[in-house]
Design a protein around this ligand. Structure first.
Ligand SMILES: C[S@@+](CC[C@H](N)C(=O)[O-])C[C@H]1O[C@@H](n2cnc3c(N)ncnc32)[C@H](O)[C@@H]1O
Length: 180
């Protein structure tokens, strides 16, 4: 298939004439050494925002802990075409990722460090772990996390929307640790 500069796909100009397969491979080659995990048993639309933010901020891999593979794509604006989502079903699946990643819980806990003061660890690849709207990150997952970060807030509502929060945190990680 030949793509032209009038390509209706929502792409930066440099990718407009490229195939989806080329874009997928090029994004992977240019990605940063971190992954994101969203716990989303509620299967709400926030996973779409997480996928879009992962695309924007160069996450290498996406993990989705849920009871079904269904992904609500609203909010992803086609970004799901360029990154496969790795589906996890159980807490054992999550724990197995410790062999590869340092676990960073993005959650409001007693031990969380404010994001703007946090120095990102460099020993292993980082896995950013996000919880869900109703209950946050499961306790069983928090128990195996290495670091805890939170976004400082100044309003009256206790927490941010998790999709919004994911963009703030990925941007901080990329700017402090990887971007030149
Ligand atoms: C809506 S919050 C869950 C809130 C929780 N049910 C409560 O009200 O205590 C959903 C997810 O967004 C992320 N989140 C939202 N606001 C945050 C903040 N200020 N700092 C760190 N993570 C936050 C966390 O990953 C959290 O699990």
């Amino acid at each position: 298939m030949i793509f032209s500069m009038d390509d209706p796909r929502n792409l930066v100009d440099g990718y407009k004439t490229m195939s989806d397969e080329f874009i997928r491979e090029d994004l992977r080659r240019r990605s940063f050494p971190y992954a994101v995990l969203m716990q989303n048993f509620e299967k709400d639309f926030n996973i779409g925002t997480l996928i879009r933010n992962s695309n924007a901020f160069g996450a290498r891999d996406i993990f989705y802990l849920s009871s079904s593979k269904h992904i609500d794509r609203r909010g992803a604006v086609g970004s799901y075409k360029y990154k496969s989502v790795n589906y996890l079903r159980t807490l054992n699946d999550v724990a197995a990722l410790k062999q590869i990643y340092t676990f960073v819980a993005v959650e409001q806990t007693d031990k969380s460090v404010p994001l703007h003061q946090f120095s990102w660890p460099r020993d292993k690849q980082i896995l950013l772990i996000f919880g869900e709207e109703s209950c946050g990150v499961l306790k069983e997952i928090l128990d195996i996390c290495d670091y805890f970060v939170e976004v400082s807030q100044y309003g009256s509502i206790r927490s941010l929307n998790v999709g919004t929060c994911s963009g703030i945190v990925m941007n901080d990680l990329v700017q402090k640790a990887y971007a030149k």
